[in-house]
Design a protein around this ligand. Structure first.
Ligand SMILES: Cc1cc2nc3c(=O)[nH]c(=O)nc-3n(C[C@H](O)[C@H](O)[C@H](O)COP(=O)(O)O)c2cc1C
Length: 209
């Protein structure tokens, strides 16, 4: 049976690396991905990852991630409001917005569909498909907290990019994989990206003051 596509949106919050790593992991598992990258996310990727994207996002991203051009990736143009993921009749396994900016959070919470990312998220909610958003900001204001509650009440899974420390991370990549692994857990991908609680053998080192 053909795998349903996973919809991934990378928006302009800090932490584009989370979305890029999720994309890499899914494609390595030969999971078809339909990707949307906001304009602001491109700017963040340039600044944080040294990744300058032009017009051929598919080739550029696959090259950056060290993946074959045959990887099952579809990249949607953000000015195309008629893309597959804009319709509920197009079946997908759900959607993650990683990272999710406060702007996109507000749009999803308010049911706005100013771009195809918002529309794809609205489609997931109305079709009762899994939608996970991973917001990145600190601190949160009252409006953002209310928006997160609204998305949760509408059936979305709301999270912050808040990696744990109990798995003994040694590198930034370990921290990224913790967050990405927990997103994958929500979509029932059996992943080994991080050490789970009770898989960690050593006690935490004593805190040095
Ligand atoms: C380098 C950089 C880092 C940013 N970090 C955040 C962030 O962590 N959280 C956030 O909500 N917005 C952040 N922003 C602002 C968003 O990119 C901006 O609000 C944008 O309008 C979001 O648009 P989008 O949701 O369509 O991606 C950042 C912008 C830049 C350039």
């Amino acid at each position: 049976m053909q795998k349903l596509p996973f919809v991934l949106a990378i928006t302009g919050a800090s932490g584009a690396i989370y979305g890029l790593r999720l994309l890499q992991y899914l494609l390595e598992q030969e999971q078809p991905v339909e990707l949307l990258v906001s304009k602001a996310a491109r700017q963040v990727m340039e600044l944080e990852n040294g990744l300058t994207l032009g017009d051929n996002l598919k080739v550029e991203l696959l090259g950056y991630l060290g993946l074959s051009l045959l990887a099952p990736l579809i990249v949607h143009n953000l000015s195309n409001y008629g893309s597959s993921v804009a319709s509920g009749s197009y079946k997908t396994m759900g959607m993650a917005v990683l990272p999710c900016s406060l702007g996109t959070l507000g749009a999803i919470a308010g049911g706005l569909t100013e771009n195809p990312i918002h529309r794809a998220a609205a489609v997931c909610l109305k079709e009762r498909r899994k939608l996970m958003i991973v917001v990145r900001e600190m601190p949160f204001g009252h409006i953002q907290l209310k928006n997160m509650l609204a998305v949760s009440e509408a059936g979305g899974i709301v999270s912050c990019a808040s990696p744990g420390f109990y798995h003994k991370p040694q590198t930034i990549a370990d921290q990224v994989d913790f967050v990405v692994g927990r997103v994958l857990d929500q979509f029932d991908f059996d992943n080994q990206l991080f050490k789970r609680w009770c898989q960690v053998e050593r006690p935490l080192p004593a805190f040095k003051v």
